[in-house]
Write a protein that binds this ligand. Structure first.
Ligand SMILES: Cc1ncc(COP(=O)(O)O)c(C=O)c1O
Length: 482
């Protein structure tokens, strides 16, 4: 290969024909093998014993049995994934929202292979390659279409993105030391985030050092009872009371615009808007945690879906982006020294993450008739049909007439059988797994079956196949409890 004086060796490597055709061969080989996976299937009997032994070892390693007996074989096809016991399942939880493009996706494998050719695997905040910069710039540009974000800081987990975000809020509003959060919120598992998250069992034994004031989330039943305006006014009055009780002591209010762990709950724009405006008038940061919502609502950012971007000061994304990030406005840019870290991500992660962002941007996912809205409609219709066929599986969990058996928004889908009973829903999740559908649960009572399907690769026409498995699993659970 001939190089000119302005070429770097890195450019030479990136343009190498040998490497390009080798990557093409690898991707083609994966595609050929992946194409053989076309439907769910039960475990292969001969693999059972070694799989059980593997599961036992994995449980001992972690100090606790795995929630599901899931150990992937390393290949899948779209929403279908093969496990090491030879079984194939519909993966409708996608690593709690991480694998939006499913399993063995050729473009993401190609991007990962290209990213793995960097001189080092991991990058930090001190030394990085162009891949780091390209991911960050792509994300920031997308965020800037509907918000005032000015900067973007990359990191390796959602909880670390949130840690960075809270430090930015604290520094900007120092010495304010209190935070506001919604009832039932979830922010991650670090010492600080588990204190803000509203699940007591996630912080057992953790000393409480973070001062959190909780606000009610939107309550459809209460709002219908008293009228939405009165519900909103009461919430603003409560927020104002906190601001008066602790003057200038709140650094931020954390918004999850569709609660993930909390039960896929959402609220009308007016509710969030009123609370955000109240924060603004008291000089308190509006921090939008989109770690689970990013990419999944009917717009790329949930703040776009609710037209709230102009209020957001600090924003976090993660999961399907493969790289996690905190973003903030120019006003919130912290002083040097506040944020850094040995790891920001890996070359394959940056490359694949950038490709994910581009595909989300260009793939026809968003808008009223976008792919995500169409999937949500298909999911909703089939859930309602199932509930109509088996009303005894779906007793009401709310006031009569409330849309209680199905909910969520976009690619965050929930259905709520058994009156939201936790034990029965967890049992159903395990039976679903055995029958060939991987889902999970959410909520704090009522509980729901939760799905974060890989909508980037899931065919709309496959919903009936999934619902056939759901119906079979629910019939099994019904027979057990009869
Ligand atoms: C809203 C929200 N915030 C933060 C987190 C934490 O992200 P991670 O598990 O990557 O640390 C999650 C994870 O589920 C989440 O849903």
């Amino acid at each position: 290969m001939t190089m000119t004086a302005t070429d770097t060796h890195g450019q030479g490597l990136a343009q190498s024909e040998t490497i390009r055709s080798a990557i093409e061969s690898i991707v083609r080989e994966v595609q050929d093998r992946s194409a053989g996976i076309t439907d769910i299937r039960p475990p292969v009997a001969e693999l059972r014993q070694s799989y059980d032994a593997f599961m036992k070892r994995a449980g001992e390693l972690r100090g606790r049995a795995l929630y599901y007996p899931y150990i992937g074989s390393g290949i899948g096809n779209g929403a279908l994934v093969e496990l090491m016991d030879g079984s194939v399942k519909w993966d409708l939880i996608s690593g709690i929202g991480v694998q939006f493009f499913g399993h063995s996706d050729p473009e993401l494998i190609q991007a990962s292979l290209e990213g793995s050719l960097g001189d080092t695997l991991s990058f930090g905040q001190l030394q990085f390659n162009e891949d780091f910069d390209r991911f960050g710039r792509t994300l920031l540009e997308l965020a800037q279409r509907g918000s005032r974000m000015g900067h973007c800081f990359l990191t390796t987990s959602g909880a670390m993105a949130n840690e960075n975000a809270i430090k930015v809020c604290y520094q900007k509003h120092a010495p304010a030391s209190r935070v506001l959060a919604f009832r039932d919120c979830f922010m991650g598992r670090t010492v600080t985030m588990c204190q803000i998250g509203d699940t007591p069992s996630y912080r057992v034994g953790v000393p409480l050092s973070t001062l959190v004031d909780y606000m009610p989330f939107w309550d459809e039943i209460a709002a219908r009872g008293m009228g939405p305006t009165r519900f909103i006014d009461a919430a603003v009055a409560l927020l104002t009371q906190y601001f008066e009780r602790y003057p200038k002591q709140h650094a931020c209010f954390i918004f999850e615009l569709v609660q993930g762990e909390g039960g896929f709950n959402t609220a009308p724009r007016d509710y969030f808007k009123a609370l955000m405006e109240c924060c603004k008038s008291h000089g308190v940061a509006v921090w939008d945690d989109e770690i689970q919502t990013f990419g999944r609502t009917d717009r790329m950012f949930a703040y776009e879906a609710l037209d709230l971007g102009s209020y957001v000061d600090v924003l976090c994304v993660g999961k399907m982006t493969q790289v996690c990030a905190a973003l903030w406005t120019k006003d919130y840019n912290p002083q040097p020294g506040l944020l850094s870290g040995t790891f920001s991500g890996t070359g394959p992660g940056f490359r694949a993450g950038t490709r994910v962002l581009e595909r989300l941007r260009d793939g026809g996912y968003y808008g009223e008739n976008g792919l995500i809205a169409r999937h949500f409609r298909a999911f909703t219709d089939l859930t309602r049909a199932l509930a109509a066929r088996h009303p005894d599986w779906f007793p009401s969990i709310g006031a009569p007439g409330l849309p209680d058996v199905v909910g969520g928004r976009g690619g965050m889908m929930r259905f709520s059988p058994y009156g939201g009973n936790k034990d029965k829903i967890i049992r159903l999740c395990h039976v679903l797994f055995e029958e060939g559908v991987i889902a999970f649960y959410c909520g704090h009572g009522p509980y729901h079956v939760r799905m974060l399907p890989p909508l980037g690769v899931f065919n709309e026409r496959d919903w009936p196949r999934v619902f056939a498995v759901i119906e079979r699993a629910m019939a099994r659970v019904a027979a057990e409890t009869r």
